[in-house]
Design a protein around this ligand. Structure first.
Ligand code: IPD
Ligand code: CA
Ligand code: CA
Length: 262
């Protein structure tokens, strides 16, 4: 058994990313499973999650795993939280905005996380107390020039009303900022770590989309907000991750919930 869960997760994410790319690029392409209207998984989503579960079981047999495709198996207070492919639609259409997300929850906090974006050749990793890194370079949040336009990355799914989403964009614009949407929460959070964005926000985000990224943002000295863990482990909650440069960001993206910080 290895004690270095972060190193293990980095190496595992690389293997997972290579598997996803090879399945996408194989002759005959990907197979699809329709999960719900406008929500599908490819055979690569299932294969990558199976690979990650197998390697965790071999290396940390006492740890639990909560994955998007197969749910929770084992304990929660010492649990890997995995999105095998985040941004499946982008991935399946040949875009590069997708990532492998592997986080670890120790029962009290998101302790460490890795987001690997294989087509972008970006590996973000971080652990509370050890800082965060993108391709080995330490992350220093909030270093942009004061005159730069502030950029807020936001997510959208049909778990939230469209009007609320468009109102949010209007408030961001009214505050003199701009927004981006990449169709992959991991890419939005990776963007905060990389200095592309000042914040990532999504009104109803699942824990497997966020756990790894939130661990890294916190490890890098940024600010994270989400619903209470006992709720978040079961259902989507609001998620805000930011670099601390915009004190009023919670009010701008989500006024009614701005006091619900965790
Ligand atoms: C989705 C993406 C999307 C976000 C959704 C997620 P998936 O994950 O991260 O950007 O807005 O909330 O469900 O289905 O591609 O793994
Ligand atoms: Ca996802
Ligand atoms: Ca997914």
């Amino acid at each position: 058994m290895t004690a270095d869960r972060l190193g293990f997760a980095v190496s595992l994410a690389r293997k997972a990313g290579a598997l996803a790319q090879s399945m996408r690029d194989q002759a005959g392409g990907l197979d699809y499973t329709i999960k719900a209207p406008e929500d599908y998984a490819t055979d690569a989503d299932y294969a990558v999650e199976a690979l990650i579960r197998q390697r965790i079981a071999e290396t940390y047999p006492d740890d639990g795993v909560l994955g998007e495709e197969e749910g929770l198996k084992g304990r929660v207070d010492g649990c890997w939280i995995v999105d095998p492919i985040d941004g499946t639609i982008n991935f399946s259409r040949g875009m590069d905005d997708w990532g492998i997300s592997i986080g670890y929850f120790n029962g009290t906090e998101f302790e460490l996380g890795v987001i690997y974006a294989p087509d972008k050749d970006l590996m973000a990793s971080g652990q509370i107390g050890r800082g965060a890194f993108v391709n080995g370079k330490p992350v220093t949040l909030g270093q942009g020039h004061p005159d730069q336009t502030k950029l807020i990355s936001i997510g959208y799914s049909d778990r939230q009303p469209m009007q609320e989403y468009t109102d949010r964009i209007a408030r961001i614009r009214a505050a003199g900022m701009d927004h981006r949407r990449h169709g992959a929460a991991t890419i939005g959070i990776l963007g905060v770590l990389s200095g592309w964005f000042d914040a990532y926000y999504e009104r109803a985000l699942n824990i497997w989309d966020a756990a790894a990224g939130l661990a890294m943002i916190k490890a890098a000295g940024g600010v994270v907000e989400h619903g209470p863990f006992d709720t978040f482990l079961k259902e989507p909650t609001r998620v805000l991750a930011h670099n601390g440069r915009i004190p009023e960001i919670a009010q701008i993206v989500d006024p009614p919930h701005s006091q619900a910080a965790e």
